[in-house]
Write a protein of this length. Structure first.
Length: 462
């Protein structure tokens, strides 16, 4: 996320300290204190929000929950079938379900117009979405067709703790910016089965979450995004996907921010991040990004990425990039297709902080990577302010190198940058010289004429 930094006035500090602005204020005030200066970090989110453009809605959020209005509202328990819900108004949902248990079958939702006055109110609270479920509603949707053409026109939006959307056998199509397919925020739940989701705008992840996160469970279906900064999944939640196809045609495939997760099983994933049109392309080009933006949208903590079986296809840049966060990554029997031979298998690096991702020189990544019954090919690089604990187990075969590289911002080096453990039956085939901190080998290493140099100066070779 590119973050704009503003000095906080005395009055605003008072508001933040008293918690008037809720989670946003609390999180950002904590960050300001930790950084040692009074700063308010506002959002210009990589993967979710493009730079401000003439005519687009405001940024920063309204400071309170603002969901706008609704052309149609259901606030009592009932069943609806063969209905058509339409909206053309500004800041307006086509349909809002509020605090009720509702079943919707064979319905159509068309959000065909209406501008947004504040994109973050749309991102956080569901303003201008096609369908918004809120106030602890439970909504069961089957055989629906949802189309939106307005900015902030998220297709189906689940907001707030106690709110649950169960949607199956439906189509969702969004065409404008900031318009995800399914969106979950504020601690809500989204359960999706056999959906066909397509998004065309920028900052429009097919499976999208934002401030407050929640739980998202996806089974089956096709999820395709076409815009820039529009991954197939953007996670500030706990997101599980099984038996689905995910594709980002002009963006990284997956993004995890902060203390959140993505778990994939038997799922095909493909990404194709732009070299110059992604909002963080100037920092790194990648297929999977795991980071902490410091914007307040995600709690600071361990990011988790688990993938079992399925296919992970990279068309541009590094396969996995981790910066300014602690992360646990598990890969088990995943078919990896890396179509960029110059891209690293894994890059664990600090960044220059130009996007607000921590402080340059002390914003490295800390990664535990476990590979089980996995074929890995390529280079792994860990800079001197980052750490990696790599374990190869089962029938894993790693053809590649691991190396500690200098932090580009001349940050203070940490100890034990890179530790590699090879369990029994696992194999490491070196494709070049290696520089790591520590090696635990119970398996097999084929040196192929190369050597491993440890931090204490020990050189290991055939």
């Amino acid at each position: 996320m590119k973050n704009k930094t503003l000095l906080i006035s005395t009055a605003l500090i008072t508001l933040l300290t008293t918690g008037t602005f809720g989670t946003l204020a609390s999180t950002q005030n904590t960050y300001a204190s930790e950084s040692g200066s009074a700063q308010l970090v506002t959002k210009d989110k990589q993967g979710q929000q493009p730079p401000v453009k003439p005519g687009s809605g405001g940024f920063g959020g309204s400071g309170t929950i603002n969901q706008g209005t609704s052309a149609n509202t259901i606030d009592s328990d009932e069943n609806k079938k063969d209905e058509n819900y339409i909206s053309t108004g500004d800041d307006e949902n086509a349909l809002r379900v509020k605090g009720a248990k509702v079943s919707l079958e064979d319905i159509e939702i068309n959000k065909t117009g209406g501008s947004t006055s504040n994109t973050e109110d749309g991102d956080f609270y569901g303003m201008n979405a096609g369908l918004l479920a809120t106030d602890k509603a439970t909504v069961n949707i089957k055989n629906a067709k949802v189309k939106t053409t307005a900015q902030n026109g998220n297709g189906v939006f689940s907001y707030g703790e106690g709110t649950t959307v169960n949607i199956s056998d439906s189509e969702i199509y969004t065409t404008n910016d900031n318009s995800g397919g399914i969106q979950t925020t504020g601690g809500a739940t989204m359960n999706a089965k056999n959906l066909n989701v397509k998004t065309e705008g920028n900052s429009s992840a097919a499976i999208r979450s934002d401030r407050g996160g929640g739980k998202v469970n996806v089974d089956g279906g096709e999820y395709v995004s076409k815009g820039y900064n529009s991954p197939a999944i953007y996670s500030t939640a706990d997101i599980t996907v099984k038996n689905a196809n995910l594709k980002a045609e002009n963006s990284e495939a997956l993004v995890i921010e902060g203390q959140n997760s993505i778990t994939l099983e038997n799922t095909k994933v493909e990404g194709n991040m732009s070299d110059d049109k992604g909002s963080s392309s100037d920092t790194n080009v990648h297929n999977v990004m795991i980071y902490q933006s410091m914007s307040g949208d995600a709690e600071v903590g361990k990011s988790v990425f688990n993938m079992k079986e399925g296919t992970l296809t990279n068309n541009n840049g590094d396969l996995i990039y981790v910066t300014n966060t602690t992360s646990e990554i598990t890969l088990e029997n995943v078919k990896i297709e890396n179509n960029d031979q110059d891209g690293r298998l894994l890059a664990v690096l600090g960044n220059d902080a130009s996007h607000g991702w921590g402080t340059a020189g002390s914003n490295g990544g800390n990664v535990t990577l476990k590979a089980k019954d996995q074929k890995l090919d390529g280079k792994i690089e860990v800079d001197t302010i980052s750490t990696l604990n790599l374990t190869l187990s089962g029938s894993t075969e790693f053809n590649g190198t691991v190396n500690i590289v200098d932090n580009l911002e001349n940050g203070e080096s940490v100890e034990n940058n890179a530790e590699v453990t090879i369990e029994e039956d696992a194999v490491w085939n070196l494709t070049g010289d290696v520089k790591i901190s520590k090696l635990n080998n119970k398996g097999k290493i084929n040196f192929n004429g190369y050597k491993i140099t440890l931090a204490d100066g020990t050189v290991i070779s055939e």
